[in-house]
Structures are given as C-alpha cells and as structure tokens.
Design a protein around this ligand. Sequence first.
Ligand code: PMV
Length: 343
Amino acid sequence: ASALQGSFSWESPSNIALVKYWGKKENQIPANASISFTLSDCKTITTLTYKAKSDSGILFDLLFEGEVKEEFKPKIQKFFERIMPYCPYINYFHFTIDTRNTFPHSSGIASSASGMAALAVNIMSLEKLFVPEMTEKYFDQKASFLARLGSGSACRSISGSVVVWGSHPEIEGSSDLYGVSFPCEVHEKFKNYKDVILLVDKGEKKVSSTAGHDLMHNHPFAKERFVQAEKNLSAMAAILKEGDLEGFIQLVESEALTLHAMMMTSIPYFILMKPNTLKIIEKIWGFREQTKIPVCFTLDAGANVHVLFPEEEVDFVMTFIRQELAVFCDNEQYIEDKLGFGS
Ligand code: PMV
C-alpha cells in the first residue's frame, strides 16, 4: 500500500444563489433551503496529489497559484477534520493540494464555494479507488455532502445548472445534507442565462459569512425570513418551470435586498454594499424601465453586483454594461459568465 500514489485534477465552478442561504444550524445545516445558478467560467482548478503514509494524522502541503500559501491552510485543516468521520482513509495519505482560480485573486468573488467543491470531488476520486463500483449518484451526493462541511454554499457547486440545497417539501429529493440538481425541466428562456459580475470592491470582506450566519441567531426577523425563503423557493420553482421572466426579476432582486436587509438589521449591524453598488442598481432599473429588456441584479455577501439576463439580450446588455456600468467598477473590471454544468 505504501506504493499507492498518484494525482487527480478537478475544476469546480462558483455559483450564485437566487433564493439565499443566510443562517445555519449545527453541523452546517441550513436554516432554510436555497436555490442557485451554477456558473461556468468562474472556477477553481485543483490538483490533489496523494502518497500513502503509514502513520495516521492529517498531513498536507498547499500551493496557491504555484506558491506555498500558509494563510489558507487553517481553513483546509478544518475541512479535513470535519470530513474525517466520513473519510477516515485521509489519515493514511500525505496530500499536496495545488489550486488556482480563473477569476482574479481578491476580486471580491468568494472562492470558498468553488474551492471547497474542487477539493471535495478530488477526495471522492480517491475514495473511488477503494470503491470502484461506486455509482455516479453516490459520488456526486457525497462530494456535495463533503463540500458542505467546508463551506455551505459549496455544496451547490458539484452539479448544474440549477441546484437546490436544503430540505423543501416541494422539491423531490432535496436534503439539508447536500445539494441536488433542480428535479424539473427548466424553461428554455433560462437556458444559457448570463451572469456578468461587476467588480465594485475587490477588498476582503469585513464580515465573514460565518460571522454573518451566526448573527441570524437571535435576529429579530429570522423566523419570518426563514418562512419567507421557503415560500420564495416554491415561487422560484414555478417561475423556472414556466419561464416567467417578470416573476424571476422581482423575486431575485427582492432576495438580494432581503439578504442585505438581514445584515443591516442584525446586532451588530453592518453594510456590505458600497455607493457604487446602489448606483449600478439604479442604472439597471432605469435601463429596464426604458428598454423593457428583462435584466436584473443579485448580490452575494459583498459589494459586487451580478447582472442576470437571457442570452439573446447579450449584445444590448453588454453595450449597456460597457458604456454605463463599467465606470462604477474597480478598474472598470467585470467578468462575463453564464449558466454551467458543475464540477
Ligand atoms: O457558504 P457560505 O457559508 O460562505 O455562505 C454564503 C451565503 C451567501 O453567499 C451570502 C448566500 C448563498 O446562498 O450563497
């Protein structure tokens, strides 16, 4: 067994939630179900090299863009500790994790979802060596389960193109433990949907999402929010099936603002939007009013704005972004992305 060595390589995309996950219980169990679009080009590429060792204990080296990165190690150490009960074999390997992102470093795009997903699928490739008869379904589910233990939203980056995470009465097969592909046919209006990410602020987040989730305990509006999210997921499921673009716009924007409203009304309260975030939102509303083009925005836990629109509007919307929105971005930077298919 000591000769056992080799490597795997996986790419995992980022994802953007339409109905947001904000608030969690013990063991990375979400307080409400969420639904997301899997992205395509914003991804993490991770090579895992493994070499059998006789002594037990977690042992790994980490390379980020080819260089040793000590400051990222604690998060990965914690990930390995959390998955240990489910993957005890990791004790018997020395790992080298070589990882890079396709999006610019510290662009304000969270790489935890794509990064943890890429690591989780690599671990599952290792497990598959010992269990070659493993089904694809088991592989994907357990990869998502492990990714969740690294970062909640990472469990939505294993499959595509629309993923639900969190047990929901109307979504067949949904679970708090892993993400599943939306089980219904999505209307063709949403096929190849675009997401252009406007990089408003590339700085580090001032409040980590872990701290943010914690503030939903004892939050004055938490209970109502979790009820609302469940209703919104039902509504979103219908919207996606029917191709209701107007309903989509209203629900997606409302969810984005509600996420930030939760941040603004917790104790301590905080604001992650920047003045340029609001300027972009106003511009999008003005453009939509004027042109009737079904373009909308969503936000993550940060100041960047995701601009969502159907593929057929790409020429008009990209001209609008270049001419009117890019000036509000850091260095006029934005990233063009679209719906993708997972790891
Ligand atoms: O996966 P975490 O713990 O970093 O939480 C991220 C939560 C949001 O991105 C703000 C919303 C979501 O559902 O992705």
